[in-house]
Write a protein that binds this ligand. Structure first.
Ligand code: GAL
Length: 422
């Protein structure tokens, strides 16, 4: 099963709509291109900077304006963007995840069709067909993908594991993982598993759901064929609660770089994070396979938990021509190479040379080619912004009140509310 299964699920939830996107260039002669992302600091900004350098090379006449709003996974940026769109004040382009999240913007008639750019640049040939389908409604393509990230990755510090008598081998499943965490705890490691604020907890929950349900039933959570009140989901939530008990208690005040840094610095044994973490390890000059090790979250071997960032042309964007130039750089072979080498992700284009990428990224390229693909919840591929916000609220309350029954019923309700919407 490749991306196709996920596309089938998404088209089931996509509402019929008519795009009334219209040209929004207000005719001013600005050279500014405001690029709205959440890649505001650290290793994420380093990725963006590399892309901007390529943009400047390709379009020296244009002026990049950084509209980044800090907060991992767009935790702040998405709200800021929503109010700007509502006030008819869109940036020239904004970052959006391929899949359900992009559909939200398309259905709200906030995006323009960029199919023409695909024709002009021959992108139909270089982006995978099933990825393009995640960006398409009614034959129109609404964004240009910059990269593909893998979400189901364990980042571990082998020194910390060794001190607790653990080796480099991954546990077979979540129960085995819990045993490892327990060993770390008993050996005196304060934080066996590092984590940060709300969305990173949703990220952890999603990987546990994949591990416990397997790919088909996990995908079924998003198309309604797997029930949120089933015993299997209940077991996964119990697992999640247990895992959370091995994490740092200051989690609500941290973002992902802080949690990943705990592994980099030897203060935690494990962190479960998307492979933007790779960029943080590289920035800290760490060597893959020696200073840190990676493997799929226990129970998810052979599965690629997928998400892709993409860039849009909003309705009413200022400097449309400049935005198209940005999109052209994003889709170009050079733009993808410059960006992805730094970002930890793999290029969305299929014509990349694996030799250009680091050791970890080579494993992701292989997995993306051969494994079963499932959509990420925390990163916009699986569920609408509204649904994932409801899930995030439930998970966040659980972090404070530890009431597992409340968490379970809130997740069931979130799925029911989503059904009603349709
Ligand atoms: C994801 C995004 C990644 C990375 C991550 C952490 O949602 O797709 O590119 O930025 O958030 O902020």
């Amino acid at each position: 099963m490749k991306l196709r299964a996920l596309i089938a699920g998404l088209s089931a939830v996509a509402l019929a709509f008519t795009a009334t996107a219209c040209g929004g260039d207000d005719g001013d002669n600005t050279k500014d291109v405001e690029v709205f992302t959440w890649w505001a600091d650290g290793s994420e900004k380093a990725g963006l900077d590399a892309l901007v350098a390529e943009f400047k090379k390709q379009h020296p006449d244009l002026n990049f304006v950084n509209g980044a709003v800090a907060g991992g996974a767009g935790s702040n940026a998405k709200n800021v963007l929503a109010s700007r769109l509502q006030q008819q004040d869109p940036p020239s382009t904004f970052q959006a995840h391929a899949g359900a999240e992009l559909l939200d913007y398309i259905e709200a008639n906030q995006l323009q069709d960029v199919s023409q750019l695909y024709k002009e640049n021959g992108w139909d040939e270089v982006f995978p067909e099933d990825l393009i389908e995640l960006l398409t409604v009614d034959g129109k393509i609404y964004s240009v993908p910059s990269n593909v990230h893998r979400a189901n990755v364990v980042w571990a510090n082998p020194e910390v594991l060794k001190k607790a008598g653990l080796d480099d081998k991954p546990a077979k499943d979540i129960d085995g993982f819990i045993q490892q965490l327990d060993k770390l705890k008993k050996a005196g490691v304060d934080t066996p598993l590092s984590i940060a604020t709300d969305w990173t907890q949703v990220h952890l929950l999603e990987t546990v759901l994949i591990a416990d349900l397997g790919p088909e039933k996990y995908i079924g959570l998003w198309d309604g064929s797997t029930k949120w009140d089933s015993p299997e989901v209940s077991k996964a939530i119990d697992h999640y609660a247990k895992l959370l008990s091995y994490t740092n208690t200051d989690r609500q005040n941290l973002d992902w770089p802080d949690a990943t840094k705990m592994v980099i610095d030897g203060k935690a044994g494990f962190n479960i994070m998307g492979d933007w973490a790779e960029a943080a390890f590289q920035e800290a000059d760490k060597e893959w396979g020696k200073d840190y090790i990676t493997y799929p979250v226990p129970g998810t071997d052979g599965i690629f938990d997928f998400l892709a960032d993409s860039f849009t042309l909003p309705v009413g964007a200022k400097n449309e021509e400049g935005t198209k130039a940005w999109l052209q750089t994003v889709g170009s072979a050079e733009g993808q190479k410059a960006f992805n080498i730094k970002k930890g992700s793999i290029p969305a284009r299929t014509d990349a040379d694996p030799k250009d990428y680091g050791d970890y990224q080579k494993t992701a390229l292989e997995s993306y080619k051969n494994d079963t693909i499932v959509p990420s919840l925390a990163h916009g591929a699986a569920a609408s912004v509204k649904w994932s916000t409801a899930i995030t609220e439930a998970v966040s309350s659980f972090s404070a009140n530890k009431d597992i029954e409340k968490l379970k019923s809130a997740l069931v309700k979130a799925a029911e509310d989503n059904q009603k919407k349709q």
